[in-house]
Design a protein around this ligand. Structure first.
Ligand code: AKB
Length: 316
């Protein structure tokens, strides 16, 4: 039986992953780890919760022992723009936290899911249909910690046989829990402005094209990869996955088709625009498709339909 610890349960991904895993494996087998952001959302109510600071290796290991954990989804991380504002803290949380997780996994025989990102690529990476294996020279602290994280997970698999797996997430769009400190956050904020009938001031240029994914597809990717037969996985720790690729003006036009009074202005922010300019426009995800059957469900119009329906009914 799997006993699963989700580190970062109250975050944008964790808050949607926890209910799915509880449904799948039973409430008693899911431990919702949280820190800083309090674990009190509706989606996490009734979960077995555990306050874990991932920079505290001893606390992490005792939680793993106490709850007899054998699978860890390690979702706690500082996102790209926040990391660029405080690179020292980002190194400690993103790199130190992952190292503690991998060490605890090695000692306690756990498998690990680690989310990398399109941020693991850099300005010299081919921009379009970026291959699975290609030049990776990220120039942000976030990207450096994600790339080093991919390699560290490979190392723990090769040297210690820790079953590490991961994907490179594009920007994730969801309505249940807001992201924070990311470069792709505009693609979530824009819906809240549209629903309130406010003009949205976008912090990226109108033609900045990036890969994106709707949260239900991101959750299904994690679960599917963790369930896959390990012997079929060749790129275990950093599968390119994508669902759609668009610019601010393209998502704006799609929203405007449904909410015709919506308007937008563009005021590019120095840090986030330069991060976005260093990332690919679109990924080639054929390895994930071939090795473990990855296939997204939502394209841009389907995602926009669902976001608007839910944000309008959830309230703004
Ligand atoms: C960010 O914008 O930092 C994240 C990411 C693409 O990894 N959403």
């Amino acid at each position: 039986m799997q006993k699963i610890l989700i580190i970062g349960s109250a975050g944008q991904i964790g808050s949607e992953l926890v209910p799915v895993l509880r449904e799948k494996y039973g409430d008693e087998n899911i431990i919702a780890g949280w820190h800083n952001k309090k674990c009190d959302g509706n989606t996490l109510s009734n979960s077995i919760a555990c306050n874990i600071d991932i920079t505290d290796a001893n606390a992490l290991e005792s939680a793993i022992k106490k709850h007899e954990i054998n699978v860890i989804y390690h979702l706690a991380s500082m996102l790209s723009a926040a990391a660029e504002k405080n690179p020292q803290a980002a190194y400690s949380v993103n790199m130190g936290g992952l190292f503690n997780v991998l060490e605890a996994a090695r000692k306690n025989n756990c498998s690990v899911f680690f989310p990398s990102s399109i941020g693991a690529f850099g300005p010299s990476t081919p921009k379009d249909k970026t291959p699975q294996v290609t030049i990776q020279r990220p120039n942000t602290m976030y990207g450096i910690t994600k790339l080093a994280g991919e390699l560290l997970c490979d190392y723990y698999f090769q040297k210690y046989n820790v079953d590490t797996r991961g994907v490179r997430f594009p920007g994730l769009i969801s309505y249940k829990t807001a992201p924070g400190g990311g470069t792709t956050d505009y693609a979530v904020e824009i819906f809240y402005a549209a629903a309130k009938n406010e003009t949205y001031e976008c912090f990226l240029k109108e033609d900045t094209t990036l890969d994106m994914m709707y949260m239900p597809d991101a959750i299904s990717a994690m679960v599917k990869l963790m369930q896959a037969d390990g012997s079929t996985l060749k790129n275990r720790n950093a599968y390119n996955i994508t669902a759609m690729s668009f610019s601010p003006s393209q998502i704006f036009n799609e929203i405007k088709k449904r909410l015709p009074d919506f308007s937008i202005t563009y005021k590019p922010d120095l840090i986030r625009q330069s991060i976005a300019d260093s990332w690919p426009h679109s990924l080639n995800d054929e390895n994930a498709r071939n090795e473990w059957g990855w296939k997204p469900t939502y394209d841009l119009p389907a995602m926009v339909d669902d976001m608007i329906k839910n944000i309008l009914s959830y309230g703004t």
